[in-house]
Write a protein that binds this ligand. Structure first.
Ligand code: ZN
Length: 255
């Protein structure tokens, strides 16, 4: 690979790579609220810096400033970019970004939910909260109300939570939104490289290694984890201790 283009726009491209990494962090932490939200906040900060840094790196070149101003105007009018950049300003200057979140608690045979209950899920809570809270409620109820079969011992049908993250006014999951935003900003870099009369294929400007939200949205719980949690409920552990234990189980033994 020629060093030329990467050298010319080194910092802007490095930021673009950082934003790519931020999306992987969101993907990896999809069910852990704080980690997911912090990764989203970082993504919003980093992706907005790319056009600014690109400008700083190239502004001394003849004709660049005028041409680039028009390019940025077009990018800034893309509704998703406009909205995300505004969200970033909220994060940086004012308060907490509060994405929307909802979830379905249910049973899966491996692909999607077979039977489930749609439940609101506070964006500041991990997906585990729904499951642990369900187990606590069941443990404290005398009636046999486990219609979903979360407590059964059927190994072909496992308890699960399917979670969704949204940012109004968009319909897609936040994971897809960030990939689209990344690609839009990458296209600004691509156009700039072409303007420089260089070959954009020298740099990686597409993203095809992020899992779709539909493939990470489903969190499956092993029956033995449910048993461990239920035993600890009987031992009198409180919800915070149970949540911690569930996270340890989940991170130690992936399904
Ligand atoms: Zn990747």
């Amino acid at each position: 690979m020629s060093e030329s283009v990467r050298g010319i726009i080194f910092s802007a491209y490095d930021r673009l790579e950082e934003a790519h990494w931020n999306i992987h962090q969101m993907e990896y932490n999809y069910h852990d609220s704080d980690a997911f939200r912090y990764s989203l906040n970082s993504f919003l900060r980093v992706i907005k810096e790319v056009p600014q840094i690109l400008q700083m790196e190239l502004q001394s070149r003849d004709g660049f400033t005028g041409w680039y101003k028009e390019q940025r105007k077009v990018i800034n009018e893309v509704p998703l970019i406009k909205s995300l950049f505004k969200q970033r300003d909220i994060v940086v200057h004012q308060s907490i970004l509060k994405p929307n979140s909802s979830a379905t608690l249910g049973i899966t045979e491996g692909r999607g939910i077979k039977l489930g209950l749609n439940l609101p899920l506070n964006p500041f809570q991990d997906s585990d909260f729904l499951m642990v809270n369900y187990l606590l409620t069941e443990a404290n109820s005398d009636r046999d109300s486990d219609v979903l079969g979360i407590l059964s011992d059927d190994e072909d049908q496992l308890p699960c939570i399917e979670r969704y993250w949204r940012l109004a006014p968009f319909e897609e999951d936040i994971l897809e939104l960030t990939v689209q935003a990344w690609e839009t900003i990458a296209s600004l870099i691509r156009n700039t490289i072409i303007w420089l009369d260089e070959d954009p294929s020298q740099l990686r400007l597409s993203i095809d290694c992020i899992h779709t939200s539909s493939s990470v949205a489903l969190l499956i719980y092993k029956r033995e984890w449910i048993e461990v949690i239920n035993a600890e409920i009987n031992n009198g552990k409180d919800i915070n201790e149970l949540l911690y234990l569930m996270k340890v189980l989940r991170n130690t033994y992936q399904v």
